[in-house]
Design a protein. Structure first.
Length: 196
């Protein structure tokens, strides 16, 4: 453990926020604590809604992994993302359901990670980067630990965002497209309905 910072860093300082969180790490799985500290430090500045978790799930995550974070002054960002439009909400729900259908351990952390990963999938960048992880190998480790049957299916090492979208298309009998995210494909209405 590092030296406890007297005050939490600003919400935009990801490195200091990561250290501040890990200084307050509870007695829990170290690997998962690292994952959640990475994710929180990367996504927290956009507001808790950017995590894809409701207030109850976020509170449980913080209580389990970083107890006392709010009491110690974890800053709550001023901004919160606008609610997802229905098509994107449906897309995130489908991704989370896919992940949960392949969960490894059957623990609550996998519910949280499925929601977080699904929400991050909607962002523009590389999934590992949007989750605040150090590289693709860290995302692969997350998937191997918590969604191992999907990790086995991705034996070729396809980028996770592309793999998950292609898996959804194939599962639903669609010809997988080359778009990295569904909104770039042009077939949203076919996959997710008209949105009306």
């Amino acid at each position: 453990m590092g030296i406890l910072h007297a005050a939490p860093p600003g919400v935009g300082d990801t490195t200091l926020l990561y250290r501040w969180l890990t200084d307050r790490q509870g007695r829990c799985n170290v690997f998962d604590a690292h994952l959640f500290a990475c994710i929180l430090s990367r996504r927290w500045s956009a507001g808790p809604g950017a995590l894809g978790l409701d207030d109850r799930a976020l509170g449980q995550l913080l209580d389990r992994y970083f107890p006392g974070a709010f009491a110690a002054g974890l800053p709550v960002p001023d901004s919160s993302p606008t609610p997802l439009p229905p098509l994107l909400r449906s897309e995130a729900d489908d991704i989370a359901a896919l992940l949960l259908a392949h969960r490894s351990l059957g623990i609550e952390e996998e519910d949280w990670l499925a929601a977080i990963v699904a929400r991050a999938m909607l962002d523009e960048g590389e999934l590992w980067r949007d989750l605040g992880l150090a590289g693709p190998s860290h995302l692969a480790a997350l998937m191997e630990r918590h969604f191992d049957s999907l990790a086995l299916l991705n034996a070729t090492g396809t980028r996770w965002k592309a793999f998950l979208y292609r898996f959804l298309c194939a599962r639903d009998g669609l010809i997988p497209c080359g778009a990295p995210v569904c909104r770039d494909c042009g077939a949203e209405a076919v996959c997710f309905g008209s949105g009306d």
